[in-house]
Write a protein that binds this ligand. Structure first.
Ligand code: XMP
Length: 319
């Protein structure tokens, strides 16, 4: 009989067999996939694993601290925390094309990761939390009639460039299976249940030019939105929810004064694997209350909209 406990034992065995006594480095993104991969690999080979967490300055509120605390302090997994926000945000200045953003982030990510991985010394393997849908999406894009919808930065490129072999223990799994494996490994429920977060981070939720000001506003609005969703007990029903800050200021009125601030869009979808998605049917009351909270609590936003596009034809992220 197939069980997750059995899968875990088999995966540990296969990792040991593949890696032997070599060193492995693993890029942690803060997401569920790379976290589960890291904990699984750590179980298999202990301190032969070092994790590198690249903070590109495009993370959500409190995210870097959460990841560092969990891995370094709770799991005792050797972790390099690379704060490279200056570098990334500097390179993204004035960039508004989505593919240029993605490629810039992907390229810098490789450079930075390589630099910090070199500090580990003599690693032979690179671990990635690649899932089955990542494998098929990237294969069909490159093999099909040359349509690249989006350049994902967690597949391809890195290992060849670094002369490393890949360890991808989640390659056969779908998201729900990765979550079950994470639970089996004892990762906290709240962490396992976290919505997916894309490698390029908030950059692709900030259409148009990325500025620190916009990122700060976006982080705060997103935190209020997620808090609302949790308070209403909806978090686990939703596959992914986030705020996008729009590249437009609009006129509003607050108290006796005129405001001229950013508009934002709330996004929430249900999905099985991210390949297709439906927008989430919030009640009007929820939407109204959330809009009021965001506008009252987040300086810099004076208009809130709700994105009711499903995928296809939309994508989940805005870029
Ligand atoms: P889209 O926007 O293509 O997103 O409908 C589908 C799912 O993939 C996530 N996503 C990414 N994840 N690197 C990632 O690790 C990326 O470059 C990337 N782009 C999109 C997105 O958040 C959604 O869950």
């Amino acid at each position: 009989d197939w069980t997750m406990a059995g899968y875990r034992a088999e995966a540990v065995r296969r990792i040991r067999e593949q890696v032997g006594d070599a060193k492995v480095i693993c890029g942690l993104s803060g997401g569920v996939d790379s976290s589960v991969a890291a904990v699984l690999i750590h179980e298999a080979i202990g301190d032969q694993l070092t994790c590198v967490f690249v903070d590109h300055g495009l993370l959500r509120l409190g995210e870097a601290e959460e990841v560092v605390t969990m891995f370094r302090d709770h799991y005792n997994i050797p972790l390099i925390h690379a704060d490279e926000s200056e570098l990334f945000l500097g390179a993204l200045e004035g960039v508004s094309d989505p593919e240029v953003k993605r490629k810039t982030i992907g390229r810098l990510f490789i450079d930075v990761f390589q630099k910090h991985a070199a500090d580990v010394g003599g690693a032979e393997f690179l671990a990635q939390g690649t899932l089955y849908p990542d494998v098929i999406e990237s294969v069909s894009f490159s093999g099909g009639p040359s349509v690249t919808i989006k350049s994902h930065h967690n597949v391809g490129g890195l290992p060849e460039k670094m002369g490393l072999k890949l360890v991808e223990p989640l390659r056969e799994l779908f998201k729900d299976e990765v979550r079950a494996l994470g639970r089996e490994l004892g990762l906290p429920d709240r962490f396992i249940g976290r919505h997916p977060f894309p490698g390029p981070g908030l950059a692709i939720r900030c259409p148009g030019e990325i500025t620190r000001e916009k990122l700060d506003i976006l982080r705060k609005a997103d935190a209020v939105y997620i808090d609302q969703i949790r308070k209403h007990g909806l978090y686990d029903e939703i596959w992914q929810a986030f705020v996008a800050i729009l590249p437009v200021r609009t006129v509003g009125v607050m108290g006796d004064g005129r405001t001229y601030d950013f508009a934002c869009a709330l996004r929430a979808v249900t999905s099985v694997d991210g390949m297709t998605a439906d927008y989430y049917p919030f009640t009007h009351q929820f939407l109204g209350e959330t809009a009021t909270r965001i506008i009252n609590e987040v300086k810099g936003i004076n208009r809130v909209t709700y994105d009711i596009t499903s995928k296809p034809p939309g994508t989940i992220e805005w870029e």
